[in-house]
Ligand binder design. Sequence first.
Ligand SMILES: [Zn+2]
Length: 43
Amino acid sequence: MTPDPRRCPTCGDPLRFEILDDERFLVAWSCLSCGIIRTTEPV
Ligand SMILES: [Zn+2]
């Protein structure tokens, strides 16, 4: 089984993302049930 990074690790619902800062490409991934799962930022 391959974990799907676009699904919630807790409940399995599809995550939606929200761009927090498009200059730094900072994106928040959130689940409707569980809230924000993680934020991603390029190194
Ligand atoms: Zn969830």
